[in-house]
Design a protein around this ligand. Sequence first.
Ligand code: ARG
Ligand code: ZN
Ligand code: CA
Length: 241
Amino acid sequence: NLGTLNIPVIVHVIYNNANENISAQQIDSQIAVLNEDFRATNGDVSQVPSEFAGLVADSNINFSLSQVIRVASTRTSWGTNDAMKYASNGGSDAVTPNAALNIWVCNIGGGILGYAQFPGGNSNTDGVVVSPQYFGTTGFVSSPFDGGRTATHEVGHWLNLRHIWGDGRCRQDDFVADTPSSDAPNYGCPSYPTVNCRSNDMTMNYMDYVNDDCMYMFSQGQKERMRALFASGGPRATFVN
Ligand code: ARG
Ligand code: ZN
Ligand code: CA
């Protein structure tokens, strides 16, 4: 048992206009949501239906803002090819990726809210990217993705979680036993129960595609999968002193 895992966070704000140069308050609002969601202290966790209430997990992972780096850019959108992660491209280089979570906040474009790198990849590109209007809960934010849950979802990927439908049909696994099988993402704000693959979907899981207000839990199995990364020899063991 590793106890509370503390993850220092480096936020790179790469902006083309004043809106994208998000405030310290907006950044703080996102860190607060990460801490609530990964500790299951989010207020909306009480909405989890009784079928899944016993599976709600406090992942015991804490995030602390370590540094904010601001870079002005002439670029109006960045795509998903990691260009923003290199100063040589006008972006910003990762800082101590073996001991900190790097989050790049820049306009991805194409309607993409965020994307993440799974553990075990190139350390220069390790971290998550979120477009500014989907980051945090105050300031330059855009409903229905103004609840800070895009970063929660992307950090879930950074901690090795797959989408709950396994990105495939019913038998395609997300490698987590307690998330029921599903065959596709859910969107919007699904009512309970939503039945797919002969079971009720855990639509309120952060690793589905629903609106921010409609996702409010990680499961115990997801917690175990995330925390396994930090064990001795694991791909994120370098985060543990
Ligand atoms: N589509 C993105 C991904 O797969 C993020 C989805 C975030 N959903 C949300 N409600 N904020 O990584
Ligand atoms: Zn995703
Ligand atoms: Ca599952």
